[in-house]
Write a protein that binds this ligand. Sequence first.
Ligand code: S3P
Length: 171
Amino acid sequence: MENIIITGFMGTGKTETGFKLSQKLNCHFVDIDLVVEEMENRKIVDIFLEKGEDYFRKLETSAIKKVLQKEGQVISTGGGALLKEENRTLLKEAGVLICLSASPEEIFRRVGSGEGRPLLEGDDSLDKIRRILAERREIYNQVPYNILTDGKSSEEVVEEIVILLKKLRVI
Ligand code: S3P
């Protein structure tokens, strides 16, 4: 099986959906954010705080390259993984790339004040969600497969992905 890569904005359920999908398909699950944390032995918030976003983005690309050396996995990326053209090319060529989406209000309900997410932290996280989502919308819209997750459980999203993968004859 080729890699199945789940991307999309923060709070769209990439990790939970990816993990449940991997259980269903009986394959390995990899979360790029966790790979980054393991590489640095630090939480993402601390990497942002101590070394800055550019440093984090470099690590993120290294983690993507490392993970994509293998096939047959379900991979979830961080929400900003598609920002760099280099990553977009790598991820598109490495398997089926699926983008999860949600409205700003739904994302806000899920991430709250953005704890653990340095780009959203603070008491104006809904404004931040709206602004960053608007900045990135075009990039997310370029992903060929997009699933709206508003009001859906992760199990329902997994079912939609399974139907898509069967249609594409990936599984
Ligand atoms: C980011 C999303 C985060 C994490 C980092 C940056 C982003 O991952 O990679 O905080 O730029 O959207 P999640 O989408 O898993 O929260």
